[in-house]
Write a new protein. Structure first.
Length: 262
């Protein structure tokens, strides 16, 4: 569930197009703002960054737009990595539309929490952390009340990471604690509605759906193949080298832009 077993980046993007799109948007905006330094980036930043004072003045879109902005390379890197690990299972379980709505609502709730708890002390804020903690919130709901949707091993993993994340939120400086806590609470409270009719995550389902969508000229999917032997995607041990190459390149770009160009 949380251990990536897709055979390539292309396969990951085919299975989880919504998660892939969110990650691409986050990275593109980071590149525009902090690496390319394009003028359009300054406009996007000034009109999108979270500002409690400007929300008070009626700019309510700022409760949504900060979800796609990040303060630096490490910020966007770790949030994107969190999405790679924890979001794909929910995209499959909820479906594309419900996942998008849930993700955005959790992020908005996190920003509303920031507005309520610190209307004046936090001047500006940005980041997808509130939405990501919303993912943790729905997982914690599964652990407590929908145990059939998550196995014991993954339940332990997500619980430990969530607790560590909350603890670290209080220990590290410049962390929007309100967004983290309210995002998690929002995800937890939204869970009963969004989990209606949801089935357990299965990598097999992703392969079945992908193989089923073929043209008449391609080899058709055999629905009986799963009865013949246990499903094991071919070359599962061959982790996507391209995935890590992309992350290494991004790390180098972030290092260069932070410590050499500036």
């Amino acid at each position: 569930m949380f251990v990536r077993q897709e055979r390539s980046v292309k396969e990951f993007m085919q299975f989880y197009p919504v998660v892939s799109t969110i990650i691409i948007i986050n990275l593109l905006l980071w590149l525009i703002l902090y690496v390319l330094h394009l003028q359009i980036g300054e406009i996007i930043y000034s009109w999108s960054i979270g500002s409690n004072a400007k929300v008070t003045d009626g700019e309510y879109w700022r409760l949504l737009t900060p979800i796609f902005l990040h303060g630096g390379f490490s910020h966007v890197l770790f949030n994107s990595f969190a999405l790679v690990l924890f979001a794909p299972a929910l995209e499959q379980m909820l479906g594309k539309f419900r996942f998008v709505v849930f993700y955005l609502l959790a992020g908005v709730i996190g920003n509303v929490g920031t507005y309520i708890m610190a209307p004046t002390s936090i001047t500006y804020h940005l980041g997808a952390s509130g939405a990501i903690y919303g993912l943790f919130g729905i997982y914690i709901f599964m652990v407590l009340f929908r145990k059939h949707l998550i196995d014991e091993g993954n339940a332990q993993i997500v619980t430990i990471i969530f607790i560590l994340g909350v603890v670290m939120s209080f220990m590290q400086p410049n962390i929007n604690i309100s967004a983290h806590l309210f995002g998690a609470l929002g995800g937890f409270l939204l869970a009963p509605l969004f989990l209606i009719g949801v089935e357990r995550f299965s990598l097999r389902k992703s392969y079945v759906r992908q193989t089923s969508v073929t043209s008449d000229d391609e080899i058709k999917f055999d629905p009986d193949r799963w009865n013949k032997k246990t499903f094991r995607p071919k070359n599962r041990k061959n982790k996507s080298q391209l995935f890590w190459v992309i992350f290494i390149i991004l790390v180098l770009i972030g290092f260069i832009s932070t410590y050499i160009l500036n």
